[in-house]
Design a protein around this ligand. Structure first.
Ligand code: GLU
Length: 438
C-alpha cells in the first residue's frame, strides 16, 4: 500500500503552530514512507476562507519546505460530490430527512448511526471505543443544502485515497462518526493518528496571547524555517535517542508514528530560540555571513568588510537569530553608543563609577598594543591598587564601551572596538554621569 497523507486546514488568515505541526507530521510520515503528501483546503466557510487566507497557508508550507505531490483540493468546489454521497446514503437507508427544529424551512439530511459500539486503534492513543448509546444520529447536510464538516471531510478523504489521517486530538471524538460514515459509504477506513495538543507553561492550549503562535510571526522575527520545522517536529515526537538538533533529512529518516507521544507537548519559546541558534551555527559560513550583512545593511550599519568579519566572528555563537545581529554589532559599527536603560541603571548609576571610569581610561591609554591580554592586565592592576574586585571595573567599563551589560568577552570586545573609540567612550560616559545627563 502506498501511503497517502494530507494536510486539511480550514484557512482563516493565520496558520497556528498546532495546525502546521499536523502538516509537518503528515509530511514527515509521507516522506519517510516514500508516499504522497497532499493538501486539501477545507474552505467551506466563505467568510473566512478568502483567497488571501488560502495564500497564507501555502506561503507557510512553502517557507517550511512542505512540498505537496498533487494539485490541492478545494473542498468548496466539491459540494456536488458531498450532496451525491448524502443522496446515496439516503437511498440505502443510512440517512433520513428531518425538519430540524420544525421551522418549516426545509429538511436536513441526518445520518443514521448503526446502533453498534464503535472501536478503533489510534496510532498514538491506542485502543479507543464508544458505546452505541453514546453515538447519536447527526446532520450531514443542513436544511439550506450545505454539507456538514463530517460528511465533506470523509467524502474528500475517500476521494483523495488518504490512507493515514494524522490530525490534532481535538478530532478524536469526531472519528467515531467518521468511521460510521466510512462503513456506510462502503469505503475502507484510513489509519488514524491523533496528535497531542500543544500547551503553554500552565498546560492550557497554546494561544496567541501566550506569545508568537502563527507561522508568519516566526518568519517575520527572523527564525530559520529549518529550526521551526525541527522544533515543531519535536513537539509530540522524538527520534528515540538524545538527538535534538536535526536536519530536514534526518527528521525524514527518523520519523515514525510509533514514537509520537500522547501527552500534551509544551511550547517553550526559549528552547526554540536556542534551537535556531544551533541551526545558525550549522549554516555554511558564507551564507551565514551574507545574511548577517543583510541584517546590518537593513539597520544602516556597515564597515570595512574585514573589520565586520572580525566583529561577527567575535559575536559568533551569541547570535541566535538574525534580529540579534544589528543590536549586537552596533557597539562596534555605530559611532555613537546607544545605552540600554536597564544596563545604565544597574551598572553605571552607582557611587564612584565615574571616578573609576576615569582611572581605567588613564590606565588603558598606556596599553600598547591595544589588545585583550594587555587590557586585562591593566584592569587587574587598577583594581588591585584600588583594593577592589575586578568586577567593580569590568561591569561599568563594559556598559560605558558598548552601552550593554551583555556581550562577548570584555577584553576582546575592547580590542575590536579599538583604542580611540574605547577611550572616548570611557571619558564621555564619565562626563555624562557627572553631569547627570545619562
Ligand atoms: N479542517 C479540519 C481542521 O483543520 C481538518 C481536520 C482533519 O485533519 O481531518 O481541524
Amino acid at each position: 500500500m502506498t501511503v497517502r497523507t494530507r494536510f486539511a486546514p480550514s484557512p482563516t488568515g493565520h496558520v497556528h503552530i498546532g495546525n502546521i505541526r499536523a502538516a509537518i507530521f503528515n509530511w514527515l510520515f509521507a516522506r519517510h514512507e516514500g508516499g504522497a503528501f497532499l493538501l486539501r483546503l477545507e474552505d467551506t466557510d466563505r467568510e473566512r476562507s478568502t483567497e488571501e487566507a488560502v495564500r497564507t497557508v501555502r506561503e507557510a508550507m512553502d517557507w517550511l519546505g512542505l512540498d505537496v505531490d498533487e494539485a490541492p483540493v478545494f473542498q468548496s468546489r466539491r459540494t456536488e460530490a458531498h450532496r451525491a454521497a448524502a443522496e446515496d446514503l439516503l437511498a440505502r437507508g443510512h440517512a433520513y430527512r428531518e425538519d430540524k427544529g420544525g421551522t418549516g424551512q426545509g429538511e436536513a439530511v441526518v445520518f443514521r448511526m448503526p446502533g453498534t459500539d464503535i472501536a478503533f486503534r489510534d496510532q498514538v492513543k491506542g485502543d479507543l471505543a464508544k458505546k452505541a448509546a453514546d453515538l447519536k444520529d447527526f446532520v450531514i447536510v443542513r436544511s439550506n443544502g450545505t454539507p456538514v464538516f463530517h460528511l465533506a471531510n470523509v467524502v474528500d478523504d475517500i476521494h483523495m485515497g488518504i490512507t493515514h489521517v494524522i490530525r490534532g486530538d481535538d478530532h478524536v471524538e469526531n472519528t467515531f462518526r467518521h468511521l460510521a460514515l466510512y462503513r456506510a459509504l462502503g469505503a475502507p477506513a484510513p489509519t488514524f493518528a491523533h496528535l497531542p495538543m500543544i500547551v503553554n507553561h500552565q498546560g492550557k492550549p497554546y494561544a496567541k496571547r501566550d506569545g508568537d503562535a502563527y507561522v508568519g510571526d516566526f518568519r517575520d522575527k527572523g527564525f530559520l524555517p529549518e529550526a521551526l520545522l525541527n522544533y515543531l517536529a519535536l513537539l509530540g515526537w522524538s527520534p528515540g535517542d538524545d538527538r535534538e538538533v536535526m536536519s530536514r533529512a534526518e527528521l525524514v529518516e527518523a520519523f515514525t508514528l510509533g514514537r509520537v507521544v500522547s501527552s500534551p507537548a509544551r511550547m517553550d519559546p526559549a528552547k526554540l530560540l536556542w534551537m535556531n541558534g544551533e541551526h545558525l551555527r550549522r549554516m555554511p559560513r558564507d551564507a551565514w555571513r551574507q545574511a548577517c550583512d543583510r541584517e546590518l545593511a537593513r539597520a544602516g550599519l556597515d564597515g570595512e568588510a574585514a573589520y565586520v568579519g572580525r566583529v561577527l566572528d567575535l559575536l559568533g555563537d551569541r547570535i541566535r537569530i538574525w534580529t540579534d545581529v544589528a543590536p549586537m554589532a552596533a557597539p562596534f559599527l555605530a559611532e555613537a553608543v546607544t545605552y540600554d536603560e536597564t544596563s545604565v541603571q544597574k551598572r553605571l548609576k552607582r557611587e564612584g563609577v565615574a571616578a573609576r571610569l576615569r582611572t581605567i581610561r588613564e590606565a588603558f591609554a598606556t596599553v600598547d598594543p591595544f589588545e585583550a591580554a594587555g587590557l586585562e592586565a591593566a584592569l587587574q592592576a587598577v583594581a588591585a591598587a584600588a583594593g577592589e574586585k575586578p568586577a567593580a571595573f569590568i561591569h561599568p567599563v563594559r556598559v560605558a564601551a558598548s552601552g550593554q551589560m551583555a556581550g562577548p568577552s570584555l577584553y576582546e570586545m575592547l580590542e575590536v572596538i579599538g583604542r580611540d573609540r574605547v577611550l572616548a567612550r570611557l571619558a564621555d560616559t564619565a562626563d555624562r554621569l557627572e553631569a547627570g545627563t545619562l
